[in-house]
Write a protein that binds this ligand. Structure first.
Ligand code: ADP
Ligand code: MG
Length: 723
């Protein structure tokens, strides 16, 4: 291992010591922990007057407006509950368009005018907050002098307590809008799109003869991938620290080629971290369920049980926060970047999505004979139509500088948005193209050839890991979502385009003459299968053939963020979002422009780092080594020994290469480009490739320069010592 003092110190410190305050699940069962810090139904029922509780439940369950007088009563109960639990402050939590979680804390204390203070919290403070909005991106919606922004309590997402060693804060999930009423956050469009989806889905259910249909909600279960590395390495890599990914690093001798990490035994320190972070998440009522090793070394996954999409989106933000916080207590850093290390797998966030309600259940449940299940086929066809018509929007909703390293860059999943339906359903859709579907392929059972092993029921279709949008039994899994991203934008997009397709179908079916309903369903299914079947693809999404085939089918292949951002405010997107009251044209344009800005800023920070690390770390190290080798050559020559100058020449030419690559990047950065779109294109087409040239030169040098001189921890150290 390394002899460089800084790296040696990092390695020495990376030695994990078991923490002493181990969690005693024997004493405190997870069931007792679960929801402990949440103002949940149980607490509300116990603490609120019956009428108030009922009115609140009605708002949550049916989407009816909140009764004004309710807020004061709820605020009082909330305050008492929070104070009993040691809270000193409350905070409106919101998600501005940067995608991160924002919070403004206020103390409960109010001076009482007699030199003392009392704890105060009323309905108005619960319902509305007023953080200064001027420092949040608005995409040109507001000038900075128009600073007012409001947060508004979202009753449908529960309040909770955030514990800290020195105090407790009551957190209130809120939406965030400008003084002029324009939406400045990620939550509001989720809520609006869910309402639209409910209205359209219920029209369909009514047509199928259901009465007293409960509110239909979108459901989401996001699987979060992440890396855990020893924090000492993190702190000695300025690139990781400031950009979230390594901008340098030669391939380690061993990578992920043995496929020995996926589902492997979880290392002790990591498991200790998982136990504690899960305990923290249980307390917050976040139903985390699954944990395992992922494909790349030091990569892991955590997945909750699905929930109402709005709550799932809030919980997902909390999961990311808790993972990062708890990791540090174990001397680890949790990396949520989509591609922290070149050459091994990156991280995504598989967004499982469906819709359903209390009366009909999951509306994407096919049953064992889907060809007969017309209602399911209608909902499934609506997804196929929506994804086909808005494939570009879905790609754009997950686009970022960091996610470009996965999508369109030879990694899962590809940038071409297609749907995997599995053998059984794809076959039903093929039949539908020609008319009525008459059969469903059987699922069957599997005999393992050993009498003591059970006979396993077999799924009707295999899985497909290469598809960006896969049907997985009774839900769709959108795999292109970025690991670092809020699930809000892709959720709002899915709900909105689904509402549009359901509306389209309902409008057709409502016109069907009496007694001709089935024929009308048949006709619309056939039409959708024919017109939108091109988006269905069960094969290998990574293959070159698929790229060609997709082009023939007219499916967009949007490799980079700059290729797809215009779609965030395209005619089709605006039409759908405006029709269902999700976002206005101006709001969509603002989001698009913020995405351009974020793209440019992210790459600009990386370019700063590449230049700084080259100048201050790599070039000096290589120069020292060059001097050392040159001194050796000179000494040998002076002693009359034949000196081999090959190494000196390689090091010298490597040094020349990195210097010229750095100056090429600096020249590129000197070009002034005007306008956001042109600037983003310049970063994509000129800055990024110039950065990559520097990396190539540096990584080649890392392989030959004496290890004790190399200034950055190696991939081998980071990925394999961290456990
Ligand atoms: P996988 O299919 O990926 O092996 P699971 O079936 O356990 O794994 O589901 C993965 C994720 O999908 C989990 O977060 C789970 O809660 C979520 N999920 C399951 N059913 C639904 C649904 N109806 N709506 C949304 N998400 C769901
Ligand atoms: Mg999955």
């Amino acid at each position: 291992m390394s002899a460089s003092p800084a790296r040696q110190a990092a390695i020495a410190a990376a030695n994990y010591q078991r923490v002493s305050n181990t969690l005693a699940f024997k004493d405190s069962h997870t069931a007792a922990l679960y929801g402990k810090n949440v103002f949940n139904e149980k607490v509300m029922q116990a603490r609120l007057p019956k009428a108030v509780y009922k009115s609140l439940r009605k708002t949550i369950e049916t989407g009816s407006p909140l009764d004004g007088s309710t807020a004061d009563v709820v605020a009082l109960a909330l305050k008492d509950w929070a104070l009993e639990r040691g809270a000193t402050h409350y905070a409106h939590i919101f998600q501005p368009l940067t995608g991160i979680t924002a919070e403004k804390h206020d103390s409960f204390l109010e001076p009482d005018g007699k030199g003392g203070a009392v704890a105060e919290f009323n309905g108005k403070q619960l319902i509305q907050g007023e953080p200064d909005a001027s420092s949040f991106p608005s995409g040109g919606i507001r000038a900075t002098f128009e600073a007012r922004g409001y947060t508004a309590w979202d009753v449908t997402s529960p309040c909770y307590l955030e514990e800290n060693a020195n105090g407790v804060t009551l957190c209130i999930p809120t939406a965030f809008v400008s003084w002029t009423g324009e939406v400045l956050d990620i939550k509001t469009p989720i809520l609006r799109s869910m309402r639209a989806l409910d209205v359209q889905a219920r029209r369909i259910l009514k047509l199928f003869g259901h009465e007293n249909v409960a509110m239909v909600t979108a459901t989401a279960g996001p699987e979060q991938e992440y890396f855990l590395i020893d924090r000492n390495f993190y702190l000695t890599r300025p690139d990781l620290l400031s950009s979230g990914r390594t901008l340098f690093g030669a391939r380690p001798p061993k990578g992920q080629e043995f496929e020995d990490q996926y589902f492997g035994v979880i290392p002790e320190r990591v498991l200790a971290f998982m136990h504690e972070s899960e305990a923290e998440l249980y307390k917050l009522g976040i139903p985390v369920k699954t944990r395992h090793n992922e494909v790349a070394p030091s990569q892991y996954e955590i997945a909750p049980i699905y929930e109402n999409a709005n709550v799932a989106a809030d919980h997902q933000q909390q999961i990311m926060t808790v993972l990062k916080r708890v990791a540090r207590q174990y001397g680890l850093e949790c990396l949520l970047h989509e591609k922290p290390f070149a050459g091994v797998n990156g991280s995504g966030k598989h967004l499982n999505w469906s819709l359903g309600n209390g009366t009909q259940g999951n509306l994407l449940e096919p049953g064992s004979t889907p060809h007969e299940n017309m209602q399911f086929l209608v909902f499934c066809a609506a997804v196929v139509r929506a994804v086909h018509r808005h494939a570009g929007l879905l790609r754009a909703a997950v686009a970022s500088a960091s996610n470009d390293h996965r999508l369109g860059a030879n990694e899962a999943p590809p940038a071409i948005i297609s749907i995997f339906l599995g053998d059984q359903l794809a076959d039903v859709f093929e039949q539908l193209k020609k008319g009525a579907a008459k059969s469903s392929k059987k699922s069957g059972t599997m005999h393992l050839g050993v009498d003591t092993l059970p006979v396993l029921p077999k799924d009707a279709g295999d899985r497909n890991r290469t598809s960006p949008f896969a049907f997985t039994g009774n839900k769709f899994e959108f795999r292109a979502v970025a690991s670092n991203q809020s699930i809000g934008a892709p959720l709002a997009a899915l709900n909105t385009i689904m509402a549009e397709s359901l509306d389209y179908i309902a409008t057709k079916l409502e016109k069907a003459p009496k007694g001709k309903f089935e024929a009308a369903v048949q006709a619309v299914l056939t039409e959708i299968a024919k017109d939108n079947g091109a988006v269905i693809f069960n094969g290998n999404g990574y293959s070159e053939e698929w790229h060609q085939e997709a082009a023939k089918r007219g499916l967009p292949n949007l490799r980079t963020t700059i290729d797809c951002l215009p779609i965030l405010a395209s005619k089709e997107t605006v039409a759908a979002y405006e029709k269902y009251g999700v976002l206005s044209k101006r709001e969509l344009e603002a989001r698009r422009d913020i995405a351009y800005e974020q793209y440019v800023k992210a790459i600009n920070v990386e370019a700063n780092l590449v230049v700084e690390i080259s100048h201050t770390k790599i070039i000096p190290a290589v120069t020292r080594y060059q001097t050392e080798v040159a001194t050796n050559v000179a000494a040998l020559k002076a002693a009359g020994v034949a000196a081999d100058t090959a190494l000196l020449e390689t090091v010298s030419s490597g040094l020349a290469a990195i210097k010229s690559a750095v100056s090429a990047l600096e020249t590129e950065r000197g070009h002034h480009v005007h306008g956001l779109v042109a600037e983003a294109a310049h970063y994509c087409k000129s800055i990024l490739p110039a950065m990559l040239e520097i990396r190539k030169a540096a990584d080649a040098l890392e392989a030959i320069v004496a290890d004790d001189l190399w200034p950055l921890p190696s991939y081998e150290e980071i990925l394999f010592i961290s456990k």
